[in-house]
Design a binder for this molecule. Structure first.
Ligand code: BES
Ligand code: ZN
Length: 583
């Protein structure tokens, strides 16, 4: 049972979704119809769907005649039930509808928010429970569907979906088909002025023409990543793997939409230093898309497995040094994150009763989840753990699974783990278990030595930063924080031009430190960053740091008043709370 869906799939289950939609950029509405194919498990039972902020026009039965329907009240940010009374012979229904301004999945971008500056842009973000804001369906990760789509877009724009592309039909509409069963949160759409550059026969990059060469160069190792992943945990089962680089308003780093990862342009640093994001989204092709969390309680099964797998891919393609640095940084980061979370939010097997799935979102399912799997690996050895994982993916392929099922497989296939790790504690208790692996990178240890020297001498010119990677810089800045003040920041800036950093991860940390230590030289850079970038992971710490002082709170509100309309609903929801925004 999924407490975050109104659907009753055990009575009538949707098995296929066929979309026929038109994108109206002028009215900012997606309009048309969806045919839902049904499996009638309980004769006489109505079909119950999830719907949020949708304008339902009419519902037709399999014979094309109207069916009665009721839209229940919306609540708790989860929309409401759309109940459809079926005739005996209805093996499908067609819902005609349009999206409204409340379609939180959909972001409509002005041309000014794109790299090209000439065409508008649209994208959707379904996870966790937003697909119901643009398609009426059973919006639970425990219900898998195949889908097909026909999308009419304005002339000159390209529509893309998380599916196989079937090209344009005689009327110029784009057609798509996903013939493997997926959870609804993976149905995704984007439309804009887009160009394609191939990487291999099955892999390539989509982006705005102004971005596509840089994106292609940054992600040229993607085919090697796919091969590494297949080598580790079995065949890639989705046909093509393409990456779509979106405008900077995209609220996430990446989203693992099948066949077509959606990615933020803020990972294009020019030196491949942030490409672990592609390894991550690619890894979801196994952990998440192939084997899916049955409910949002089990979210760690998606993200913890994926971070573990991502790190294995990074190790193969970029070497162990890089992989260990990334895990050490992740562990340090989740510890900082946990300090601001309530105890229930630091549990892997979340108790989401009475909570929205977004309330359970943090670094905990990601990094604590991955460390749990690393701890298991350390007990049974890499060879046996790899066999376990490959079998996990094979035996649960195209299924949605619970934490209890993971537990059952673990106890059955790797029984010695229970004697060596406190598995209950890992899954059900808050905080970081004392036996959590502590990744230690020699490169980051060397950074600590430089830092200690700088703290002792305060001489920026004596700092040995030659050849430092992004990861070393990130570690240095976080570790230096307690020793920083505005003057020290000015010296570091003069020596290393950090305010001019083209690396969004470094710039974000640097901006946060500037707010914290009152280093006012980068006020302009801060405002530019908060206006251009809509990635929640960057916005949230910056606004949080700003609101800590009264003057900062005023600044935050002034910037937010201008920038809010440029953010996706996901980011707005978080930042509204941080700054205490009232309409
Ligand atoms: N599936 C997530 C994004 C997500 C999670 C969206 C929950 C909505 C609800 C995606 O795979 C992800 O984890 N993205 C990360 C990047 C990654 C490298 C950790 C992000 O967006 O920062
Ligand atoms: Zn992920």
């Amino acid at each position: 049972m999924d407490p975050h869906s109104h659907a009753e799939p055990e009575r009538v289950r949707v098995t296929h979704v066929d979309l026929d939609l038109e994108l109206d950029f002028g009215a900012r509405s997606i309009r048309g119809g969806v045919r839902l194919d049904l499996e009638r498990r309980e004769p006489g039972a109505p079909l119950v769907l999830d719907a949020q902020g949708l304008a339902i026009e009419r519902v037709l039965g399999a014979d094309g005649s109207p069916r009665k329907f009721e839209l229940g009240p919306e609540h708790d940010g989860l929309g409401g039930p759309l109940t459809i009374h079926l005739a005996r012979a209805d093996t499908s229904v067609r819902v005609e509808y349009g999206t409204t301004a409340n379609a939180d999945a959909v972001q409509w971008l002005e041309p000014g928010q794109t790299a090209g500056g000439k065409s508008p842009f649209l994208f959707t973000q379904g996870q966790a429970t937003l697909t119901r804001t643009w398609i009426p369906l059973q919006d639970s990760p425990g219900v898998r569907v195949t889908y097909s789509a026909r999308i009419r877009a304005p002339k000159g724009l390209t529509a893309l979906m998380s599916a196989e592309q079937l090209g344009e039909d005689s009327e110029g509409a784009f057609r798509f088909r996903m013939n493997r069963p997926i959870p609804s949160y993976l149905i995704a759409l984007a439309c804009g002025d887009l160009a394609f550059r191939p990487i291999s026969a099955r892999c390539g990059i989509w982006a705005e023409p102004a971005m596509v060469e840089r994106a292609h160069a940054e992600f040229e190792d993607t085919e090697s990543m796919i091969r590494a992943a297949e080598d580790l945990f079995g065949p890639y089962r989705w046909g093509r793997y393409d990456v779509l680089v979106l405008p900077p308003a995209f609220p996430f780093g990446g989203m693992e939409n099948p066949c077509l990862t959606f990615a933020t342009p803020t990972v294009i640093a020019g030196d491949k230093s942030l490409v672990s994001l592609v390894a991550h989204e690619l890894a979801h092709s196994w952990s998440g898309n192939l084997v899916t969390n049955a409910t949002w309680r089990d979210f760690w099964l998606n993200e913890g497995f994926t971070v573990y797998f991502e790190n294995r891919i990074m190790e193969r393609v970029f070497g162990a040094e890089r992989a260990v640095m990334e895990m050490q940084l992740a562990r340090a980061s989740v510890e900082r994150d946990m300090a601001n979370l309530e105890p229930w939010q630091t549990v892997l097997h979340l108790d989401l009763e009475g909570h929205h799935p977004d309330d359970g979102f943090s670094e905990v399912p990601y990094t604590k989840g991955a460390l749990f799997l690393q701890a298991i690996e350390a007990v049974v050895g890499r060879a046996r753990f790899d066999m376990f994982l490959r079998r996990w993916f094979d035996e649960h392929a195209f299924q949605s699974v619970t934490t209890a099922e993971f537990r059952r497989c673990l106890d059955e296939q790797l029984p010695e783990v229970a004697g060596r790790l406190d598995v209950d504690r890992w899954l059900d208790d808050p905080g970081m278990p004392p036996d959590a692996p502590n990744p230690r990178s020699p490169l980051l240890a060397a950074v600590d030595v430089e830092l200690a020297r700088w703290v002792a001498t305060r001489s920026v010119d004596a700092l040995g930063t030659a050849g430092w990677s992004t990861q070393e810089w990130l570690h240095f800045l976080e570790a230096a924080n307690p020793a920083l003040d505005a003057r020290a920041m000015a010296e570091l800036d003069r020596r290393f031009q950090l305010t001019e950093s083209g690396n969004a991860e470094i710039l974000c940390v640097w901006l946060r430190l500037a707010i914290q230590h009152g280093y006012a030289a980068l006020d302009a850079a801060l405002e530019r960053f908060l206006t251009d970038v809509g990635r929640r992971k960057f916005l949230e710490p910056l606004y949080r740091e700003l609101v800590k002082t009264e003057a900062g709170r005023k600044r935050a509100l002034a910037i937010y008043a201008k920038a809010r309309g440029r953010y996706h609903a996901v980011s707005r929801g978080t930042i509204d709370e941080v700054v205490g925004w009232k309409q």
